[in-house]
Write a protein that binds this ligand. Structure first.
Ligand code: DQA
Length: 149
């Protein structure tokens, strides 16, 4: 059974209350439930984890090696700053999709830079919570494609 890790970074625990005009009203627990439900619907397994700490996220990415088939990663602001998380993704060698609720390219210039884009399979942004569903579908398709090639 395909096993996925949904990893959320800093401030995403505040979803529902945090800048609802940007991020909407859906809470992180609702997003986690959506992910688990959607994965199960497709015969996959999904665990969700959030941390506000860069090192804790890196530890989870390292631990994903050999444990998970794919990572859906919303690294929050670390996306734009963290070479360390980029290196962790590269060293874990687990296919990773970069995800953002908001369209980072339509926002401030500093959000247009993503260190993760360099090591991710691809990026999904701008679709709010539905982006997680899209990312799971994209990851399952990516994994299925790689299995047969
Ligand atoms: C975010 C976008 C980031 O720029 C921001 O720092 C976040 C959330 C998003 O999901 O839209 O914390 O990753």
């Amino acid at each position: 059974m395909v096993s996925l890790l949904v990893l959320n970074g800093p401030n995403l625990n505040m979803l529902g209350q945090r800048q609802p005009e940007v991020y909407g009203r859906t809470t992180l627990s609702e997003i986690d439930a959506l992910c688990v439900e959607h994965a199960v619907l497709h015969g996959a397994k999904c665990n969700c984890y959030q941390s506000n700490h860069e090192g804790a996220l890196i530890d989870r990415i390292h631990a994903a090696r050999g444990t998970y088939d794919g990572i859906i990663l919303n690294a929050g602001a670390y996306t734009h700053t963290s070479i360390a998380i980029m290196d962790a993704v590269a060293s874990a060698a687990v296919p990773t999709i970069e995800l953002h609720l908001s369209n980072i390219h339509a926002r401030e210039t500093f959000r247009h830079t993503s260190y993760l884009a360099k090591v991710a399979v691809g990026q999904i942004c701008g679709f709010g919570p539905h982006g997680y569903v899209l990312a799971i579908d994209a990851m399952l398709a990516h994994l299925a494609e790689n299995e047969t090639s």
